[in-house]
Design a protein around this ligand. Structure first.
Ligand SMILES: C[S@@+](CC[C@H](N)C(=O)[O-])C[C@H]1O[C@@H](n2cnc3c(N)ncnc32)[C@H](O)[C@@H]1O
Length: 420
C-alpha cells in the first residue's frame, strides 16, 4: 500500500487550517493561482509539496540562523514587540502565530523569520508546535463562562480547568502549555485583567497555571512610564515550570534617563531627515495632514466641555513637550483624541506613526511598511518594548538554570538509565 501523502491531500489539510490568502502569502503567490491549483484534478503541482509541509508542520528552513541561548514561541505576535525583547536576551524564535496580515507584514519586514507565520492559533494543534523553552503571549482578554462547564466535559481530562476556559484565547495558551511544557512563560495583558469579571478571569487564569498546569506564577503590574513618556499599565504574568528563586526585585522599574514627550516628538528643526510623508521639507516639519480639522477639533473640544460641566473628566488628552501622555490605544487612528500634541497656536495635531513607535520604545530603525491607520492600530496594540527587554533580562538567568537542570537530567538518564 502506498502510504505517501499526495500533494492534493497535503493541500486539503492546509486548507482546513489556513485561508486561501494565507497559503498564497506563504508561497508569495496570489489567490488566483491557488484557485487554479484547486481546479486541477490532481491538486497543486508536485513542487508545492515541500512548501506545504513547511506550512503544516513548521519544518525549519535549512540554513536558518543560530540556535540562540534558548528558544521561544511568539503567540499573538502582533508586530513583534515581545519577540524583540527576548531576541535581545539571546533567545531564538521557533514559532510565530498572528492572523492579522498587516501586522504580519510589519513583523516580516523587521525580523528574520525562518519559519512560516501561523495564522489563527485556535486552528493549530499543539503537537504541531515545535518544542521551546519559553512561551510568550500577549493574548486578548475574554471572560470565562465557568457555569457552562458540565462535569461530563471535565471527566477524563487531566486538567479540568482547561475546560473552564474553552472558547477563549487563554484556553489556546493553556492547551499549548499543557502539551509543550515550556520551562518558562510570559503572558501580557491589560491591567484590568485583574479586576475583569469581578476578578474571576484572573482567578481562573492563575488557578489554571498554578494548580492545573503546575507553574510557579509571578504576576506584576508595570507602568511603561518608567521607560517612555506614556502612562501604560500592563499586567505581566511570569511563570516557571519548576522552583526558581525568581523575584521581581531584580526588575529595574525606571530608565535612569526619565523621558518626556520632547524626547519622542519630531524636533522639526532639520536635525532629523524627513521620513515618508510623516515629516516634510528641509526642516522635517510634521505633515499638515496630522493637524486636526476645525470640525474635528470643535467636536472634541465641545464634547470635553460638556462632560467637564457635568463633573466628568472625559475628553481629549493634550500633551506638551514636558508632559507624558495617556495610554496609546488601538483606536488612536479614529480621532487621536487621547494624545493630541499642542502646537501653541492653531488646532492640535495627532502623533505621526513614527512618534507612536517612539512612544512605545521602538528604535527608529523599526520599519513601518503599512498605512497610518494600520500603524496606529499596531503600535496601540503593542507593548512598551524596553519593558519587555528588561523582563527578558531578569527572566533569562532562571530560564538558563531550568534549561541546564533539564539537560543534566537527560544526561543522567542516559548514563544511569533512570531519571530520579
Ligand atoms: C494585544 S495584540 C499583541 C501585540 C503584540 N504583543 C505586539 O507587541 O505587537 C494581540 C494580537 O493577537 C492577534 N490575534 C487575535 N486573535 C488571534 C488568533 N485567534 N490567532 C492569531 N492571532 C490572533 C491580533 O491580531 C493582535 O495582533
Amino acid at each position: 500500500m502506498d502510504t505517501k501523502v499526495s500533494v492534493k491531500e497535503l493541500y486539503n489539510l492546509a486548507r482546513e487550517r489556513f485561508t486561501q490568502q494565507e497559503i498564497a502569502d506563504h508561497f508569495g503567490r496570489n489567490v488566483r493561482t491557488l484557485k487554479r491549483w484547486e481546479s486541477r484534478k490532481d491538486g497543486p503541482p508536485d513542487y508545492v509539496a515541500p512548501g506545504l509541509q513547511q506550512l503544516l508542520f513548521n519544518t525549519e528552513v535549512a540554513g536558518a540562523g543560530s540556535d540562540g541561548d534558548f528558544t521561544f514561541i511568539d503567540l499573538f505576535a502582533g508586530i513583534g514587540g515581545i519577540r524583540m525583547g527576548f531576541e535581545n536576551a539571546g533567545g531564538k524564535c521557533v514559532f510565530t502565530s498572528e492572523w492579522d496580515r498587516y501586522a504580519v507584514k510589519t513583523y516580516n519586514k523587521n525580523f528574520v523569520v525562518d519559519h512560516h507565520i501561523a495564522g489563527d492559533i485556535t486552528k493549530i494543534p499543539a503537537k504541531d508546535i515545535p518544542d521551546h523553552d519559553v512561551l510568550l503571549a500577549g493574548f486578548p482578554c475574554q471572560p470565562f463562562s465557568i457555569a457552562g462547564v458540565s462535569k461530563k466535559n471535565s471527566l477524563g481530562r487531566k486538567h479540568g480547568f482547561l475546560d473552564k476556559t474553552q472558547g477563549t484565547l487563554f484556553f489556546d495558551v493553556a492547551r499549548i502549555i499543557e502539551e509543550k511544557q515550556p520551562k518558562a512563560i510570559l503572558l501580557e495583558n491589560v491591567k484590568n485583567l485583574k479586576s475583569h469579571d469581578k476578578g474571576r478571569t484572573f482567578q481562573v487564569i492563575r488557578e489554571t497555571l498554578e494548580n492545573e498546569l503546575g507553574y510557579r506564577v509571578f504576576p506584576m503590574v508595570i507602568n511603561g512610564k518608567g521607560f517612555v513618556p506614556q502612562n501604560r499599565e500592563r499586567i505581566y504574568i511570569v511563570g516557571f515550570r519548576s522552583d526558581t528563586d525568581f523575584s521581581w526585585d531584580a526588575f529595574r522599574k525606571k530608565d535612569p534617563e526619565a523621558k518626556v514627550m520632547a524626547d519622542i516628538l519630531h524636533p522639526q528643526n532639520g536635525s532629523e531627515s524627513p521620513e515618508k510623508d510623516y515629516t516634510v521639507g528641509s526642516k522635517a516639519k510634521v505633515n499638515g495632514k496630522y493637524v486636526l480639522s476645525d470640525k474635528l477639533w470643535k467636536y472634541l473640544y465641545d464634547y470635553a466641555a460638556k462632560h467637564k460641566a457635568k463633573g466628568n473628566g472625559f475628553g481629549y488628552g493634550k500633551v506638551t513637550k514636558n508632559s507624558i501622555s495617556r495610554t496609546l490605544s488601538a483606536r488612536y487612528y479614529k480621532d487621536g483624541s487621547e494624545i493630541l500634541v499642542s502646537r501653541g497656536k492653531g488646532n492640535p495635531r495627532r502623533l505621526t506613526p513614527r512618534e507612536c513607535a517612539r512612544l512605545m520604545g521602538y528604535p527608529d530603525t523599526f520599519d513601518i511598511p503599512v498605512s497610518d491607520t494600520q500603524a496606529y492600530k499596531q503600535f496601540g496594540n503593542s507593548v512598551v518594548a524596553p519593558v519587555i527587554k528588561e523582563i527578558a533580562r531578569v527572566m533569562k538567568p532562571h530560564i538558563m538554570t531550568l534549561k541546564e537542570e533539564a539537560e543534566s537530567h537527560v544526561h543522567q538518564y542516559a548514563l544511569y538509565g533512570q531519571s530520579d
